[in-house]
Design a protein around this ligand. Structure first.
Ligand SMILES: *Cc1c(COP(=O)(O)O)cnc(C)c1O
Length: 232
């Protein structure tokens, strides 16, 4: 019989702990997001029973449905996908984190919707760190002005950066991409006399999360290794 979701989950936690040990980091610094995508709600509920609280979806509709189906208030919901500004209104009442913002326009809309709901949404700015996909994330040169704008918002807590490395098993391809995100985080830390909060770096997926942890990730987003084969 193949491994159960519980076994795979424990296995990932062990691998995160091992990566932390290797990098001389404390595992409590790392937030593990279980990326459930098209998997059934039952799988999410099983992980919730194991104590997993951070879950991620990459489609607004899927996230909206999931948040309705599993109303547990202890869950932190993350939107991690390509964000269409006109979809923000469907998730703003409940989403805790939007990780994939790369335009001022999207920040403006998040602010508007979060204010209407009288809540605060954590956001990360997605930066394009791989040559592979020009669509996802802002260019490194645009980061400063987006962060400056984010600073002015009251219901939008911009608190870090997110990136996706090239989709490959080759660690030596992804490592420099992760190093770039870490370096951009350090370079922008000092904006506005240090008022910009870049506490979080979200990078690393099933193929490369151990490298990402070595390179400074504070959030890893793992789907396949927990939920089983990709069906998307
Ligand atoms: C699907 C997805 C993940 C998880 O990918 P796996 O390789 O299945 O771990 C992480 N981040 C984003 C943005 C995703 O779309």
């Amino acid at each position: 019989m193949s491994e159960s979701i519980h076994e795979r989950y424990q296995n990932i936690k062990t691998r995160i702990a091992d990566a932390c040990k290797k990098a001389d980091r404390d595992p409590s610094e790392i937030i593990l997001i279980a990326v459930s995508k098209l998997k059934p709600d039952e799988d999410v509920i099983e992980l919730l029973k194991d104590g997993q609280l951070h879950f991620g979806e990459n489609r607004a509709k899927a996230l909206e449905d999931r948040m309705t189906a599993i109303p547990d208030e202890s869950i932190q919901w993350h939107f991690i996908g390509n964000l269409q500004t006109n979809k923000i209104k469907y998730i703003a009442h409940r989403v805790n984190w939007i990780q994939s913002v790369h335009k001022k326009k999207a920040l403006k809309e998040i602010e508007k919707r979060a204010a209407q709901e009288n809540r605060t949404i954590n956001t990360l700015i997605q930066v394009n760190i791989s040559e592979e996909d020009q669509k996802s994330g802002c260019a490194p040169e645009d980061l400063e002005k987006i962060l400056q704008y984010g600073q002015s918002l009251k219901h939008t807590n911009v608190c870090g950066l997110m990136g996706m490395a090239t989709y490959t098993d080759d660690h030596e391809v992804v490592r420099p991409e992760f190093k770039l995100l870490k370096q951009l985080s350090e370079e922008h830390q000092h904006l506005n006399d240090g008022a910009v909060n870049l506490q979080h770096i979200s990078m690393g997926m099933t193929n490369d999360f151990d490298v990402a942890i070595e390179e400074g990730a504070t959030i890893v987003r793992i789907g396949t290794a927990i939920f089983g084969e990709r069906n998307y």
